[in-house]
Design a protein around this ligand. Structure first.
Ligand SMILES: [Zn+2]
Length: 67
């Protein structure tokens, strides 16, 4: 049977928030997953925006020096 990690009350229905103490019943694993997802999202955004800026600069340089 699952148990709350805060107060150790039984949690047979698998509630994310404990009905006894109101805390998170499985904080460590869930927090790690959310952290990993957010970090991947940030890196993806950074890489995407950087590439876009580089391409934008190249296009502007071509226009300036190409004519
Ligand atoms: Zn609890």
């Amino acid at each position: 049977m699952k148990r709350c990690e805060n107060c150790n009350e039984p949690n047979p229905e698998g509630w994310f928030y404990c009905r006894e103490c109101g805390g998170k019943t499985s904080k460590p694993s869930f927090t790690t997953n959310m952290y990993m997802r957010s970090e991947i999202g940030k890196r993806t955004d950074i890489e995407f925006s950087t590439t876009t800026i580089d391409e934008d600069i190249k296009q502007r340089n071509n226009k300036i020096y190409g004519n």
